[in-house]
Design a protein around this ligand. Structure first.
Ligand code: NAP
Length: 256
C-alpha cells in the first residue's frame, strides 16, 4: 500500500524538493502552503505527472483551525497519514540585531517554526497511535526540518535560531514519547540551501563558501535535503529515532 505523506511548506524550495523525491518513490502526497491553490497549479500538475496522487491543503501552520483542516482533508482523501514532514518555516521579515528584535517578529517566527509543528505533530501522533496496530513494517514516522541555526548563533536573527533549537528538542521529546508505538521521529538539519529563503543573502553565502565555509565546496541544493528525507521515509534508518541527519556540506564541523 502507498504511504501518505503530509509535507508542510511543500509548495516550493526544500519542501517541494522533498515532494519530488517522494512522488518518485510512489507516495501519496498532501502538500501544504500558504498561497491559494490557483497560484501553485503548475506544481500540482508536475507532481501528478510523476505518478503521485496529490492534494493541496492551503493553510497557515501557525493557526489551530488551519492545522485541523489540513489534517482533516488529508484523512478525508487518503484515509490514513503515515508520515508528517514539518518543513514550513520562515526567517524574520527583517533581520535585526538581537538588541532590537521586536516581540512581533519573535512571536511570528516562533508561531510558524515551533508552535505550529508542535501542535501539528501532537494531532498527527494521536492519529498514528490510534492506527499503530496496523503500523506493520514501521511505515509511520515524523520528520522535522530544522537548521544549523539550532546550534549556530546568528545575532541578526536570534528568534529564528531559538525556534530551530526548540524544534530540535521537540524531535527528542516526541521521539521519547512515541517510541513505544514504534514511530521514529527524526530531525533533518540543513546548512545553507539555495532557495527563496536565502535568495537575498546568496551572494554573501556564495563568497563565504568560496572562502571555505563549507567542507564540500558548494552551497546546498533543495534536492540534497529531498534525497535525505526520502531515505528516512523509506525506512533506511529504522533504529535511529531522535537523531539528527546533517545536510550541511560539513559547515558545522569545527576546524583549526
Ligand atoms: P522557502 O523557499 O521560503 O519556502 C517556504 C515554504 O514554507 C513555502 O512552501 C511556503 O508556502 C511555506 N510556508 C511559509 N510560512 C508558512 C505558514 N505559516 N504555513 C504554511 N506554510 C508556510 O523556504 P526553504 O528555504 O525551502 O525552507 C524550508 C524549511 O527549511 C524551513 O523550515 C527553513 O527554516 C528550513 N531551512 C532552510 C535553509 C535554507 O538555507 N534555505 C537552511 C536550513 C533550514 P508558500 O509557497 O505558500 O509561501
Amino acid at each position: 500500500m502507498k504511504k501518505t505523506v503530509l509535507i508542510t511548506g511543500g509548495s516550493r524550495g526544500i519542501g517541494l524538493a522533498i515532494a519530488y523525491e517522494l512522488a518518485k518513490a510512489g507516495c501519496n502526497l498532501a502538500i501544504n502552503g500558504r498561497r491559494p491553490k490557483e497560484e501553485i497549479m503548475d506544481v500540482i500538475e508536475e507532481l501528478s505527472n510523476r505518478g503521485s496522487e496529490i492534494i493541496y491543503c492551503q493553510g497557515d501552520v501557525s493557526s489551530s483551525e488551519d492545522r485541523a483542516r489540513i489534517i482533516d482533508s488529508t484523512l478525508k482523501t487518503f484515509g490514513r497519514l503515515n508520515v508528517l514532514v514539518n518543513n514550513a518555516g520562515v526567517g524574520p521579515e527583517k533581520r535585526s540585531d538581537l538588541l532590537e528584535t521586536s516581540e512581533e517578529s519573535f512571536g511570528r517566527v516562533m508561531d510558524i517554526n515551533l508552535k505550529g509543528p508542535f501542535f501539528l505533530t501532537q494531532k498527527v501522533a494521536q492519529h498514528m497511535i490510534a492506527h499503530s496496530f496496523e503500523n506493520f513494517g514501521s511505515r509511520d514516522c515524523i520528520i522535522n526540518i530544522s537548521s544549523i541555526s539550532a546550534t549556530v548563533a546568528s545575532i541578526n536573527r536570534g528568534e529564528y535560531c531559538l525556534s530551530k533549537a526548540g524544534l530540535s528538542m521537540m524531535t527528542k521529546l516526541f521521539a521519547s514519547r512515541l517510541g513505544e508505538y514504534n514511530i521514529p521521529v527524526y530531525e533533518v538539519r540543513p546548512g545553507i540551501i539555495e532557495t527563496d529563503m536565502t535568495a537575498e543573502v546568496l551572494e554573501k553565502y556564495q563568497k563565504l563558501t568560496e572562502e571555505g565555509l563549507n567542507i564540500q565546496t558548494r552551497l546546498g541544493k533543495p534536492e540534497d535535503v529531498g534525497i535525505s528525507v526520502a531515505a528516512l521515509v523509506d525506512g533506511k534508518f529504522p533504529y535511529s529515532t531522535g537523531q539528527v541527519v546533517m545536510v550541511d556540506g560539513g559547515l558545522t564541523i569545527p576546524r583549526l
